[in-house]
Design a protein around this ligand. Structure first.
Ligand code: AMP
Ligand code: MG
Length: 352
């Protein structure tokens, strides 16, 4: 059965591939004053802005009616104090836009030689990501560099793109330039793209977007389970995961990894469960941090819920609403992990 979103997937892979080229080259040349701290204290680099401009430009050329929910906005770049960063971002985005066409690319997507934009064109492309989200219609989510802290450390990060239709993620693409191509053969080097279409499977591709390998989460038991969790203790509770590990009787230490690379790693059997429980009250998970990962895991034979056992709701706006955490796991082990999470939640709080 041919996929109803085959064209969208092809465009998404092409956009993510080009953006991965941009982020890898930015990392090589990143200098100190090229990172800003956002209102929520998280870092954002010239690479985040330039990659969002690039992906948004491709989407706008191919699907001009589709709204975009993007992580970044250009307001800090439009003011005089943002000039230095703005100039650099415009240069980076234009270098990536005008880079030669790869096999299968089409100049009508707004890429290839001669396809530079003005500075305002780049800022407008970034700001096209300002859609509020919601329960109906088509919308794309962009997280141009998910795991910016990992990116800055030279560790894992991911270029993430998804298509949501009537609150259901239909297409998800995750580019992981720093992830090993094959964990059992490190000599093969790093860089892969992961892609899924609802009802049509999940695949790992080369960083060029070729040679798909079907992803299936292998059978998981408590004996071979390892939890995947954030490197950053501020993003998900390490101590909660430690307690779930004890309750389940899991022996292995958790695997810590930044970004939605965790969802990709889960699909290849590197772990068994990605557990992300809130560190406190207040933070709402963003739809762009989970939409591509959700469809990837489901299509690889897994289950993604919150700690109530409910599906993530991508129709509430730019966030997933009240934060009940995220539990992603293979079908066979998910019920046990969920039960253990709920058992830990029911424990009396430790006295401090
Ligand atoms: P990770 O690399 O898995 O730690 O996740 C990175 C993402 O965490 C970033 O893209 C942020 O959107 C998100 N983030 C920032 N602050 C928090 C928080 N307090 N709780 C959960 N996620 C957060
Ligand atoms: Mg993110």
């Amino acid at each position: 059965m041919s996929s109803p979103y085959a064209y969208e997937e092809r465009i998404a892979i092409a956009a993510v591939r080009r953006a991965c080229g941009l982020t890898s080259s930015v990392f090589e040349t990143l200098i100190k004053n090229e990172t800003l701290t956002k209102g929520d204290k998280s870092p954002v680099t010239v690479g985040d802005f330039a990659a969002q401009a690039l992906i948004s430009t491709v989407l706008h050329n191919v699907f001009p009616e589709d709204p975009i929910v993007g992580e970044e906005d250009a307001s800090d770049l439009r003011v005089e104090s943002g000039k230095e960063m703005r100039d650099r971002i415009v240069g980076l985005a234009n270098d990536a836009l005008k880079a030669p066409l790869a096999a299968g690319d089409d100049a009508a997507w707004g890429v290839g030689p001669g396809k530079e934009l003005t500075a305002n064109g780049i800022l407008d492309a970034i700001d096209r990501g300002n859609h509020p989200g919601g329960p109906t219609g088509r919308m794309w989510t962009i997280d141009p560099i998910d795991g910016t802290k990992g990116f800055l450390r030279g560790e894992q990060y991911a270029v993430c793109l998804s298509l949501i239709v009537d609150a259901k993620v239909q297409v998800g693409v995750i580019g992981c330039p720093n992830l090993l191509i094959d964990p059992s053969q490190p000599e093969k080097g790093t860089g892969a793209i992961f892609s899924a279409v609802r009802g049509h499977g999940a695949r790992q591709l080369t960083l060029e977007g070729t040679d798909p390998i079907t992803l299936r989460i292998p059978p998981t038991t408590v004996e071979n389970l390892k939890f995947l969790e954030s490197v950053e203790a501020a993003h998900s509770s390490h101590s909660f995961n430690d307690r779930v590990t004890e309750v389940l009787g899991v022996k292995a230490a958790p695997v810590r990894m930044d970004s939605q690379a965790k969802y990709a790693a889960l699909c290849r059997g590197e772990g068994g469960s990605y557990l992300r429980m809130p560190t406190g009250v207040g933070y709402r998970e963003k739809i762009w941090d989970h939409a591509p990962g959700e469809v990837l895991v489901v299509e690889a034979g897994g289950v993604v819920t919150d700690s109530r056992g409910q599906a993530l709701n991508f129709g509430l706006g730019r966030t997933l609403g009240e934060n009940f955490g995220v539990i992603a796991a293979g079908k066979d082990i998910h019920p046990q992990v969920l039960a253990a999470v709920q058992a830990v939640q029911a424990e009396p709080k430790a006295k401090v």
